[in-house]
Design a protein around this ligand. Sequence first.
Ligand SMILES: CC(C)(COP(=O)(O)OP(=O)(O)OC[C@H]1O[C@@H](n2cnc3c(N)ncnc32)[C@H](O)[C@@H]1OP(=O)(O)O)[C@@H](O)C(=O)NCCC(=O)NCCS
Length: 190
Amino acid sequence: MFGFTFAKHLVGRLREEYALCCRPYAFPGAERVHRSAIVLRDPWCELSIGEGSTVEHGTILLARNERHESMAINSHIRIGRNCYIGQYNNLRTGGGAIDIGDEVYIAQFVSLIASGHGIAAGVPMRLQPIPEKRNVRIGNSAWIGVGATVLPGVTIGEGAVIGAGAVVTKDVPPQAIVGGVPAALIHYRT
Ligand SMILES: CC(C)(COP(=O)(O)OP(=O)(O)OC[C@H]1O[C@@H](n2cnc3c(N)ncnc32)[C@H](O)[C@@H]1OP(=O)(O)O)[C@@H](O)C(=O)NCCC(=O)NCCS
């Protein structure tokens, strides 16, 4: 019992150490990853930032599987080329995956949430399974306005625009401009 507890403690410490070690210089192709960006990743989860991309200060990049999940779930964050990820964004896998194309522009205080928790009655949240609806995909050249939230299972089409403050619960077609809670079509880019 003591051995198990100690091993668990050690694994926890190693994860934290790894997170601390995973500093901006781990992304040599990127234009800039501000030193105050918080990068937390499990060793088995990919986190890549493409050439010419910038991650601004205070943004959280969390590429992790929840601890009760199978490690077979391939959580990752992949950011394409020439993307701009502004200040204080929250990119969080927790058992899902986030794929961002090229030339994507993400403003500030945006949340990309790739997974959640089941909501079955009578089961503590920490024991809820990860629902099937997971992953977030952002197409090339999309723009996500300030304070928007993109929920698990959503794909944002190429060139789409997400209005400030939107909560995106469904896929967004290419070139569409959406806004509101839940996000609805405003019009298409012309
Ligand atoms: C979504 C957005 C691009 C729309 O711009 P637009 O095409 O010029 O739209 P308009 O201002 O002509 O507004 C069209 C309609 O959409 C509504 N609308 C605009 N932005 C909206 C938003 N964020 N959420 C909900 N509805 C919105 C307007 O009220 C208007 O409604 P109406 O026709 O009933 O009057 C813009 O309003 C926006 O949210 N930009 C994000 C800005 C930002 O986050 N900047 C961060 C700095 S990097």
